[in-house]
Design a protein around this ligand. Structure first.
Ligand code: PLP
Length: 222
């Protein structure tokens, strides 16, 4: 696997404003270093323990994103360094992130995860939940977190139309939320959608951030 070649191909294919988060879960620090040495700095993990151990093992200028389900009791381990949490799916979690961010005297950027897939197993707010969450939301209480946008995962399926319709719903919700709750906030501007199997559709539907693992590093065994 030539990871550098793979990411070059992806960048050439995607509009320049779409960021690629290299999802390095299950990969060794050596594999990550190959990409790092080619100048790449944006990596994402889905488990707290793995994220923390890679943070410790790898150069300090890597920008680490948390993309997987996050339990409130583990926020403290990543709060000192994480640069974006894609998977905020409850008020309780956001409160904890705010508290831990304050302790670390840094503002933590967050995305609200929206459940758009048919599968029950994927985490996230429903449309109604996120709207009522934001109605109650008072930014003054959350000085140490910054909601930067939304994240969602489409159904794992070969049905391109289904995937497209899910991404389209998410992009529509993003616009509604931006216009309703963040009209004067230029930093509410990230829409994290698209993985190895569906990033093209996601980019066509307005993604600003794709999360790509296997297309960069090869198939995972687990
Ligand atoms: C693993 C993972 C990805 C990347 O998956 P690939 O299909 O390997 O590109 C993206 N997002 C999340 C939340 C993941 O857990």
């Amino acid at each position: 696997m030539d990871v550098t070649e793979n990411i070059k191909k992806l960048s050439a294919e995607l509009p320049s404003e779409v960021k690629i988060v290299a999802i390095s879960k299950t990969r060794t620090p050596d594999e990550i270093m190959k990409l790092y040495e080619s100048g790449y700095r944006l990596f994402g993990e889905n488990k707290v323990q793995e994220l923390v151990s890679k943070k410790q093992a790898l150069p300090g200028d890597i920008e680490w994103h948390m993309v997987g389900h996050l339990q409130s009791n583990k926020v403290k381990f990543i709060a000192p360094f994480v640069s974006l949490i894609h998977s905020v799916d409850s008020l309780k979690l956001l409160k904890t992130i705010n508290k831990e961010a304050k302790k670390n005297k840094r503002v933590i950027d967050c995305l609200l995860q929206i459940h758009i897939a048919l599968e029950e197993s994927k985490f996230g707010f429903s449309d109604e939940e996120v709207m009522s969450f934001l109605k109650e939301f008072s930014p003054d209480e959350f000085k140490w977190t910054r909601i930067r946008g939304l994240m969602g995962m489409a159904t794992f399926s070969d049905d391109q139309d289904l995937i497209r319709s899910e991404f389209r719903i998410l992009a529509g919700l993003f616009e509604v939320i931006r216009n309703t709750f963040f009209p004067a906030d230029p930093l509410f501007n990230e829409l994290s959608m698209g993985m190895s199997g569906d990033y093209r559709i996601a980019a066509e539907e307005g993604s600003t951030m794709v999360r790509i693992g296997s297309l960069i590093f090869g198939e995972r065994n687990n």
